[in-house]
Design a protein. Sequence first.
Length: 424
Amino acid sequence: MILFLLKIINKFSNFKTFNLVVVPYAIGTICEHLLFVSLSKKKIERILLFSPYLFQKKLNYKNFVLELSNAVTFKNRKLNDGIFFKFLNFLLSIEFAIYRFLMTHILFVKKTYFWENFNETLASNPNIIFENVDEKLIDTFNISKSTNFSLEKKIEENCRKRIKNYNIDIDSNFICLHVRDDTFHNDRGRRDFRNSNIDNYLEMINFFKEKNFIVFRMGLKANKKLRNADNANIIDYPFTDYNSREFDFFLAKNCKFHIAGGGGFTQLPNLFNKPCLYTNDYTIYNEIPINPLSRKIFKKIKLKESNNYLNFIEYLNLPYEYHHISYKYEKLKFEENSSEELVFFGKEFLETIQKKEKLSPIQLKFNGYILDKYKIMLKEFGLNKDNKKNFHIDDVRGAYARLGLLKIMKGSFSNNFLKKNFIN
């Protein structure tokens, strides 16, 4: 009921104030949805970020929205301000508690899409992409609007003041490195394709240290310590006593660039339009490199049944079932980038940053290729009526959003990666 009411309010307000309702437990997804709304071509002046927060322990969930909405601003306005917001968010939390109790304790089912509302700005009839991918219909985003997020001044000042106590020169160049492991979500053996080994990054970390960067290894938790951490130039942030969400936001906003190895933290610096080197990537059409200096490198791909490697082109040519965001990778497995590869591509990325390199002809060609490929995959998938019946409307809207992002994508895959793996 409250979700429906907020959708109606969005329409009557002509989206100048957008009421964004998100699931509470995925910080990366929350940031991605905020970015989607901010990039919309609609004239949004304010975002109110709604998410349930009551009875978290009893209902076995954790709300990551409260800290984010207290710290991050959109066009210098808070994401959770006003009596109207607080009242409706309280009612939404009551509704969510009832819903979650019924689903988990009485009906024993789970509907993951119930609380996602970010697509209201993106498509009035997203089903049409299955029938006719019209260029005009997917021209939804405006890349020049990607710098509207900032940090509350008090939080910025407090973090700057506090970090001086640790003799860290935060005004020098520093980078954030986040390598997802199985500790934070306790998902060992469940989603291993998303995880990577931090030990493979040690030589890359040393390289950036030699180039006079301070390296923050990010994460609220980690399954092992960095063997080369020195608490001065290489900081093992998960094991510091100032590790907190506020410092997450502060470091994400102020880093020179960031290096991603999977996980939700990646979307925090993206919210502040920071360049990113995506390492050990395992999906083409998620975490699209919007910043002009962002680059990606991919894991090696194997078919589980035969244990044979797929080359990059063969992987790209797999049908849509292997590329949409909800794919569980039952038929594929991935091998991590080696230490040598990470150092090599780290050096290439630093050169890209320093020279502010524009995309090469092969990168431009690749970007056009994956956009066209995505359209074809969606159309072929939609020709099967059973697919449309089994595919949730929010999956369709997510595909629509990614089409829009692919059209405005300014970054790409690594130039050297494409020279070796993309021959078309």
